[in-house]
Write a protein that binds this ligand. Structure first.
Ligand code: GTP
Length: 598
């Protein structure tokens, strides 16, 4: 019957191996999108995704495929992001699928996130279908990659489709393998409704729209549904599928992936990971749901216009619906006023959230330098978690401090192993082991402080290995470190939002660099401004922002009107991203200056 003709699958891969392009080809080959409407990376609907050429959000679509056996199959395809910062999206989409297509680049082979994604798929008991993509590339070595998939991952790759998503090669074989090799969904059609919410968005007219995987039973408009964890109850107003645009349906049944709208206005009622059932004859137990995600980095987000505080909170709540890994709590800063300490999975995630807030909600933000969560053990026997450096207790109260470490796997060609080890050593890494992937490539494993890895490790790694290294990491626990807090004083006043925590060995150097950077970033005034870095009451570095010279200002005032207007305009635009701290104007870049150590 119907279920036998459904295939729910996710497409996973290391970044840039071609997931989105494979999805495009599937949409085309199944005539889901008329060729005149086809555009590259069709499922990357956000402007930001298209501009950067990356997938940030997963997307679920329904397509119909007439197989060689003459039958029509319904595929629910979930495209997912590849970057490590968005792996939460991957794991959520996998919980909704029954199978996964693992895309591996024929020129690059198995990379760090290829492995990470395979583990996620195995955790969810998914059938994995390997596919070797980009066989059109001159550097492609499909047979070598086939062997690598078998040796490194342990998957049978003897039937792996050799494809070029770019040239459209291998797509018919892939579609047939999806039918013959991936399982049909199981689930009780007659049983009580159990559906997993794996994503949601907010629509101004329809309220929260849930993306669900129906595991058992059926849901249709008019049903009274209940969220098993939050307890909220609503009447279903509409159900449907995305193909890729929303299409209303009369019902969704066990095995289906689709959307549900129920005029849900309270965002908190409808969290991804919750299970919906019917109020009458509902299920007894919810589905497993998701492990909560712990943010890796925290940063302060402040509206440049203090009056926008509430609006910023609403914006964050709406984004959270769409991004369950986002976390935020109110905080205040003497320098910046009222804002939110916000948790992210990494720097790219932070960047994306910031840009979405600015674009989708038209907000101007000041963001403080990100920090990991430190554990400060105090002499009175208590421990405090510190994710805002300015809140680290006084030196005299602290017994010792611990910081988060990660277990990192770096896959790299032999020639670069030395450079990678140098880098890891410099970043306070502790070597664990090294495995050979094949004759030319190794997987180097290190324990590294999370704070070192998220800020610039990856950029340096990429540049020192000419882009050949790939990195994946997971939390490995806390370790004691000799850490100190550096405060920054502008014109003698401590600016809380500029404080940061570093290893004592780097304190002097970092203090010196930051005072020099700030000197260049902070605009001059008509008086001299000292910039100081201090540990406790001890000043460790200092620079001075010189006062304006008279003739410079007079030129602005007496210059030709055109030039003056331009200057004023430039100043006005600059102002938005500037905060007055006491007598000094601090631009946005200054808050990030502590990140760059070189
Ligand atoms: P993320 O979603 O950002 O992780 O990337 P992705 O895995 O979805 O990769 P995407 O489909 O965006 O492709 C990455 C790049 O590889 C793009 O520039 C594609 O045009 C290119 N590409 C994809 N498939 C092929 C192929 O078969 N051959 C060649 N030569 N290039 C390809």
């Amino acid at each position: 019957e119907r279920q036998k003709h459904i295939r729910n699958f996710s497409i996973v891969a290391h970044i840039d191996h071609g997931k989105s392009t494979i999805s495009d080809r599937i949409l085309e080959a199944t005539h889901t999108v008329a060729s005149r409407d086809m555009q590259a990376q069709l499922l990357d609907t956000m402007d930001l995704e298209r501009e950067r050429g990356i997938t940030i959000k997963m997307n679920a679509v329904e397509v119909h495929y007439v197989a060689n056996d003459g039958e029509t199959y319904i595929f629910h395809l979930v495209d997912t992001p590849g970057h490590v910062d968005f792996s939460y999206e991957v794991s959520r989409s996998l919980a909704a699928a029954d199978g996964a297509i693992l895309v591996v680049d024929a020129a690059q082979g198995v990379e760090a996130q290829t492995l990470a994604n395979v583990y996620l798929a195995l955790d969810n008991d998914l059938e994995i279908l390997p596919l070797i993509n980009k066989i059109d590339l001159p550097a492609a070595e499909p047979e070598k990659v086939r062997a690598e998939i078998e040796d490194v991952i342990g998957l049978d790759a003897s039937d792996a489709v050799l494809a070029s998503a770019k040239k459209g090669i291998g797509i018919p074989e892939l579609l047939e393998q999806i039918v013959t090799k991936l399982p049909a969904p199981e689930g009780d059609l007659e049983g009580p409704l159990k559906a997993l919410i794996f994503d949601s968005t907010y629509d101004a007219y329809k309220g929260v729209i849930l993306t669900i995987r129906v595991k058992d039973g059926m849901v249709k408009p008019g049903d009274k549904i209940k969220f098993m964890n939050s307890g909220a109850e609503y009447d279903v107003t509409e159900v449907g599928v995305n193909s890729p645009h929303p299409i209303k349906r009369e019902y969704l049944v066990a095995g289906d992936i689709g959307y549900v709208a129920a005029s849900i206005k309270n965002i908190r009622d409808a969290r991804p990971g919750d299970t919906i059932t019917t109020v009458q004859n509902g299920a007894a137990e919810p589905l497993a749901g998701y492990k909560p995600m712990t943010p890796m980095v925290y940063s302060g987000l402040y509206p440049s216009d203090n009056a926008k505080y509430n609006y910023l909170r609403e914006a964050l709540e709406k984004l959270q619906l769409n991004d369950a890994s986002l976390e935020f709590d109110p905080e205040t800063s003497q320098a910046l006023g009222f804002g939110f300490r916000t948790g992210f999975l990494g720097m790219l995630h932070m960047d994306v959230i910031q840009e979405r807030l600015e674009r989708e909600f038209d907000l101007d933000l000041i963001t403080t330098a990100p920090s990991v969560t430190y554990h400060a053990f105090l002499k009175d026997g208590t421990m405090v978690e510190v994710d805002n450096p300015s809140e680290l207790p006084e030196v005299g109260e602290i017994e010792h401090i611990e910081e988060p470490f990660v277990y990192a796997q770096i896959m790299v060609p032999n020639d670069y192993v030395g450079a990678v080890m140098d880098l890891a050593q410099r970043k306070r890494g502790e070597f664990d082991t090294m495995d050979y992937l094949d004759a030319n490539r190794v997987n180097v494993k290190y324990y590294l402080p999370l704070s070192e890895i998220i800020f610039e490790f990856f950029d340096i790694l990429k540049s020192t290995t000419r882009g050949y290294a790939s990195l994946d990491y997971e939390m490995s626990g806390y370790r004691p470190s000799d850490l100190v807090k550096i405060d920054i004083l502008l014109n003698g006043d401590k600016v809380d939002a500029l404080s940061f925590i570093v290893h004592r060995d780097f304190a002097q150097e970092r203090g010196r660099l930051i005072t020099i950077k700030l000197k260049d970033l902070i605009p001059r005034r008509n008086f001299e401004i000292p910039v100081q870095a201090a540990i406790g009451s001890k000043i460790i570095a200092r620079s001075t922002i010189k006062a304006y010279r008279k003739d410079v200002t007079s030129k602005i005032h007496t210059g030709d009107p055109d030039r003056r207007a331009k200057l004023l305009d430039k100043q006005k635009r600059g102002k938005a991203r500037m905060k007055s701290v006491g007598t000094v104007d601090v631009p946005q870049e200054a808050f990030m200056a502590v990140l760059k150590t070189g």
